[in-house]
Structure formats: structure tokens, C-alpha cells
Design a protein around this ligand. Structure first.
Ligand code: ACO
Length: 323
């Protein structure tokens, strides 16, 4: 059978780092509160010339370099984002143009913080269905542009950045020993809309709007939803939580990551954490964490890796793969 194997990984971050202390002059908060409640110490903030497309392009180029491939080798680009450069065309198409690609096809995927996990699962279906041999999957966000910088309950939590992987069709045996994506589990439930949404859009207000979140309500649901999809993906893939080598969760809050890992029975030293450095970068958070753990040599060929995310919608999902 055909498996979607990761050939390369890349990342890109804006030039400017914003430390927690810088918020103390903007809103009534403190470095101590932010670290204690979230684990975040800093985040990256895009300058005017840094956009979802430019960051996505840079991450894509890094992933292609890592794979030893060029844009000519790619059939499909899927960009996970909730902060596109324009309402349309899709920012994925802009990235396609920036990469000098005039072949294949490209589209955006919108599942907020779960976007990258949704995009990886979608790329896998295109590859296994035979419509694409190599897919560039990108998560790129500039959430700083949709934050209400006067709202201390949200503005301290998010950051900008991009991560990307190249997935390639390779032959497998159909067993858990294969490299590549072994299983995926995706869920959504629109009844939770009011807990996490952006109060604007082309068809309602005609504006972009700002992010609104009832953080405590999101927190209450997060751990249960995350553990459900992770257990489903593990069961489908025939892997136990103890057999996992690396857990790469969405980086929203260190407390949510710790509680999820504990409930799943995953040891702390198998959990990849970058939330302290990046904040919550929505669809970019999982590929940024993945890129960090690959770059420093933690994730190695043959490892069982579990990607997981939960976000606005609500949407949530998990992907199990063998590196
Ligand atoms: N600085 C200081 N005090 C603050 C701040 C701040 N930045 N923000 C809120 N507070 C205050 C609140 O006003 C509240 O004060 P009160 O008790 O007087 O009312 C107090 O701190 C506690 O607030 P809580 O909301 O109960 O704090 P909590 O411990 O729940 O932490 C947080 C808040 C960090 C937002 C947490 O709830 C969380 O991480 N939620 C989940 C976020 C998430 O996972 N989102 C999903 C993905 S995002 C996406 O999809 C786009």
C-alpha cells in the first residue's frame, strides 16, 4: 500500500521577539502571571513586511532544502491558516507563485489551531488516492494581526510563525512497521463557536475582526477532546501510548500539554514543548514544535510520533506516523 512519508521539515519565525515583560506597559498583566498560567515566556511578532505568505514561503523553502527537493518536485501545496494574506485568492496559491511553481495545485485549509493536523490528514488522502506524489504541507499564521491588543485575556497568548513538511508517496506493507502516516482522527463540533471565534468576516461585518476567547471554557474541554482523538489514532495505528517515542501537541498552554500527556500515560521526556518560546502560533504550532525536535536530533527515523491539536470551532484531531 501507499504511505505518506515525511521527507523534510522546515520552519520560519519573524525577526522580532516579544518578551512577556513588554506587555506590562500595554495591559494590566505581569511576566509572572503569563508564565504561571501558560508557560509562555516570549513569542515572535511579524513586522509589516512579514506576512503569512512570506513566512509560509520561507518555511516551505526550508522543508524543501531539508528534503533535498525543489518546487518542481511538488504536486500539491496545502496551507493551514486562519490569517490569510487576503480573503482570496488562497494564500497557498500566493506561496505557489513565490516558489515559482506553475504546475500542480494549491489551496488553504481553515481549522484554526487544528489546521496543520487537518492538512496533514488531507494530504495523506490525496497521496493514498493517487492524486499527488509529493505534498508540501504548511502551517503559517500572523495572529498578531487579529489580536485585540487591549484585551489582556488573549493578547498575551499568541504569536506568529510558520512550519512546513514535505510528504512523499512511498510503498509500505500496510503494517505498523511502515514509515509514514499510520492513522488519523479528526473531529469538529460547531456548537462551541462562541467560546473561541473572530468577531468579523467578509460575509458578516465586512471586516477582519478580532479574536475572542473564553479561555476557561476552552481549557475545560481541551484535555478530554485531545485525549479522545489521540486514543483513537493510537488504536487505529495499533500502537500503545507507552510505545510512542514522541508526543508533539498543539502548543497553546503548558498546563493543557502536561494534563493531556498525564491522562494519556505519556512520560514527560517524550513530550515536545516549544510554547515557552513561540506562544500559541495556531496552525503553525505543531510544525514548529516538530521542526525543533527534528533539528536537535530528538526525532529519528523509525520513531513513532503523534501530532495532536485542538482549536476554534471547536476542531480537534491527531495523526500517528512513523518517522
Ligand atoms: N494577566 C493578568 N491577569 C489576567 C490575564 C493576564 N494576561 N488574563 C486574565 N487574567 C485574570 C482574569 O481576569 C481572572 O481574574 P478574576 O479572577 O479577577 O476574574 C484571572 O486572571 C484568572 O483568569 P482565568 O481565565 O480563570 O485564568 P486561567 O487559569 O483559566 O488561564 C488561560 C487563562 C491561559 C487563557 C487558559 O484558560 C487557557 O489556556 N485556555 C485555553 C486556551 C486554548 O487552549 N485555546 C485553544 C487553542 S487557540 C485557537 O484555536 C485559536
Amino acid at each position: 500500500m501507499i504511505r505518506s512519508v515525511v521527507r523534510g521539515v522546515g520552519q520560519a519565525l519573524p525577526r522580532k521577539v516579544m518578551k512577556n515583560a513588554e506587555f506590562e506597559s500595554l495591559v494590566d498583566t505581569s511576566d509572572e502571571w503569563i508564565v504561571q498560567r501558560t508557560g509562555i515566556t516570549q513569542r515572535y511578532i511579524a513586522a509589516e513586511d512579514e506576512t503569512t505568505a512570506s513566512l509560509g514561503e520561507a518555511a516551505a523553502r526550508a522543508a524543501l532544502d531539508d528534503a533535498g527537493l525543489s518546487p518542481a518536485d511538488i504536486d500539491l501545496i496545502i496551507l493551514a491558516t486562519s490569517t490569510p494574506n487576503n480573503t482570496f485568492p488562497a494564500t497557498a496559491v500566493e506561496i505557489q507563485e513565490r516558489l515559482g511553481m506553475r504546475h500542480g495545485f494549491a489551496f488553504d485549509m481553515q481549522a484554526v489551531c487544528s489546521g496543520f493536523v487537518y492538512a496533514v490528514a488531507t494530504a495523506d488522502t490525496y497521496i493514498r488516492g493517487g492524486m499527488a506524489k509529493r505534498v508540501l504541507v504548511i502551517g503559517s499564521e500572523t495572529f498578531s494581526r487579529i489580536l485585540d491588543w487591549t484585551d489582556r485575556t488573549t493578547c498575551v497568548l499568541f504569536g506568529d510563525g510558520a512550519g512546513a513538511i514535505v510528504l512523499e508517496a512511498q510503498a509500505g506493507e500496510g503494517t505498523r512497521s511502515d514509515r509514514g502516516i499510520l492513522s488519523a482522527s479528526l473531529r469538529s463540533d460547531g456548537s462551541h463557536r462562541e467560546k473561541l471565534f473572530v468577531d468579523g468576516g467578509p460575509s458578516t461585518t465586512g471586516t477582519v475582526g478580532h479574536l475572542r476567547m473564553e479561555g476557561r471554557e476552552v481549557f475545560k474541554h481541551a484535555v478530554g477532546m485531545i485525549t479522545d482523538v489521540v486514543e483513537d489514532a493510537l488504536a487505529q495505528g495499533g500502537i500503545t501510548a507507552e510505545e510512542l517515542d514522541w508526543f508533539v501537541p498543539h502548543q497553546a498552554n503548558k498546563r493543557i500539554i502536561d494534563a493531556s500527556a498525564k491522562k494519556l500515560g505519556i512520560a514527560d521526556d517524550k513530550v515536545v514543548v516549544t510554547v515557552h518560546l513561540h506562544g500559541n502560533t495556531s496552525a503553525a504550532s505543531v510544525p514548529l514544535a516538530l521542526a525543533a525536535a527534528v533539528a536537535d536530533g530528538r526525532i529519528k527515523e523509525g520513531d513513532y510520533v503523534l501530532l495532536e491539536a485542538m482549536g476554534g470551532g471547536f476542531t480537534w484531531g491527531a495523526v500517528l506516523l512513523r518517522w
